[in-house]
Design a protein around this ligand. Structure first.
Ligand code: BG6
Length: 467
């Protein structure tokens, strides 16, 4: 391969507030839906925060962020993706004034990043809807939520306009189809209709476009992106019925980027709405707001999936939230199928469709790690499996760059071990840095460098040439 990563390629890592910060009730923070979902983002919801919920303490990033950012800088990070917990800024979501202590916390984090020349990449909302808004307004089901969100984004754009240039609106906005709770929708799963879900999606899309507009006004040099979960859907067989099923399933996801990048509802959605009895309430002015399109597309990539038109195939175990398993692929200990080539496929598909820069803001292997002592008595993890996973995926990014795709950067998921989102476990680890905390909550919270820490450091140092 002769094509190189661009000189200014943004190498780094990513986390989300609710999975790492802990300090769930400190310095005026309010409760978010994450504080009452101890088993992960699919629920169930508990009445109060319960001790079994590992997210309440996370990895204590709230108090240890200086140590962690220093370790990121040691690896040579150019960018650090993190999210702001909405409930640190507006504890219930509907307050008149923001919580100064919450604002200060992120000021300190951004200052710390800049101290090391690390550019923050901030997700405005990463599954952290204030619980109060979820309970009182049913989250994004309500149009009112747009107003609360607008206030929140104005506050953070104004506050951090000189510190943050790269922003993402909603984390994995398309995951709402499969997990409405993430959008604060409390309607029980058996009662929720497609109409309700798409109305909530409309509100989020308007809110996202509004945030993009406001961001561009307040921070003229900002780059604001959308963020989707990218799962390419292949037909399970060459049967044209399977091909069409896969095509439709893909579109269900592409719908989100179509709106956020092209600034309007795509032509094909009308038929989908009609066939599913979806009658959206679109207010005057919404279409104008949607025209505020994003500057780049960011996405998470963990796996691909297959689609089948046959119901017996669909009954077999699925690949996480979407599709049927691919007989050609191996899977992680959590059953997520590993498909590095799918990443090149996604990069090319998005670029061809949108002609906009792309940013891979999540990718990684959740695996069980064993902490051992090396010959010098230092604790470490020999995580060759993680190195292989990352290596194979990054090679495909290089291929896509050679194909001509414009890629801005790569932030591997969970650059430091944190609580997993889908299952709220500590034992599903993604990091280059091991955190001593266990599923039962025990552990010293000490940090240890894994073998992959040094591998990633070298990769960044050589701008990908060490692959
Ligand atoms: C993405 C989320 O879906 O996947 C992250 O944006 C999450 O928050 C990541 O942690 C990996 O999922 P999990 O369940 O293994 O943590």
């Amino acid at each position: 391969m002769n094509k190189k990563f661009p000189e200014n390629f943004l190498w780094g890592g990513a986390v989300a507030a609710n999975q790492c910060e802990g300090a769930y009730d400190e310095d005026g923070k309010g409760l978010s839906i994450e504080d009452v979902t101890p088993k992960g983002i699919r629920g169930p919801i508990t009445k109060e925060p319960t001790e079994e919920n590992l997210k309440l303490k996370g990895i204590d990033f709230y108090h240890k962020y200086k140590e962690d950012i220093k370790l990121f800088s040691e690896m040579g990070f150019k960018v650090f993706r993190l999210s702001i917990a909405w409930t640190r800024i507006f504890p219930n979501g509907d307050e008149e004034n923001p919580n100064e202590l919450g604002l200060e916390f992120y000021d300190d984090i951004f200052d710390e990043c800049h101290k090391y020349g690390i550019e923050p990449l901030v997700t405005i909302s990463h599954y952290e809807m204030p619980l109060y808004l979820a309970k009182k307004y049913n989250g994004w089901s309500s149009r009112k939520t747009i107003d609360f969100f607008e206030k929140y984004v104005r506050t953070i754009f104004n506050r951090y306009k000189n510190k943050v240039k790269y922003w993402l609106t909603f984390n994995e906005i398309n995951s709402i189809i499969h997990m409405p709770l993430l959008a604060g929708i409390m309607t029980p799963a058996d009662k929720i209709t497609k109409s309700e879900i798409y109305q909530a999606i409309h509100h989020q899309l308007v809110a996202s476009a509004l945030a993009t507009k406001i961001g561009h006004e307040i921070i003229p040099n900002s780059k604001i992106g959308c963020m989707v979960i990218a799962v390419p859907i292949y037909p399970l067989t060459p049967d044209p019925e399977d091909v069409m099923t896969a095509f439709k399933a893909d579109r269900e996801n592409l719908f989100f980027t179509d709106v956020q990048v092209k600034g309007k509802y795509p032509f094909y959605i009308k038929r989908y709405f009609k066939e599913n009895n979806i009658d959206l309430k679109i207010e005057l002015g919404d279409e104008e707001i949607l025209k505020n399109t994003v500057d780049f597309i960011s996405f998470s990539y963990y796996m691909s999936a297959c689609a089948s038109s046959k119901s017996e195939e669909n009954k077999k175990s699925g690949n996480m939230i979407m599709g049927v398993k691919n007989p050609y692929l191996k899977e992680s200990e959590w059953g997520w199928q590993i498909d590095p080539k799918g990443l090149r496929y996604v990069l090319n598909t998005f670029y061809e469709r949108y002609d906009k820069p792309l940013f891979i803001v999540e990718n990684g292997l959740g695996a069980k790690d064993e902490l051992i002592e090396d010959e010098n008595g230092n604790k470490t993890v020999i995580d060759d499996y993680r190195i292989k996973y990352l290596n194979d995926h990054i090679i495909e990014i290089k291929e896509a760059i050679e194909d001509g795709v414009e890629v801005m950067g790569y932030t591997s998921w969970g650059c430091i071990d944190l609580v997993s989102a889908s299952t709220a476990e500590m034992s599903k680890r993604y990091g280059f840095i091991y955190v001593d905390r266990n599923d039962d909550g025990s552990g010293t919270l000490s940090r240890y460098k894994k073998k992959s820490f040094y591998w990633y450091k070298e990769l960044i140092e050589t701008n990908g040439e060490s692959l």
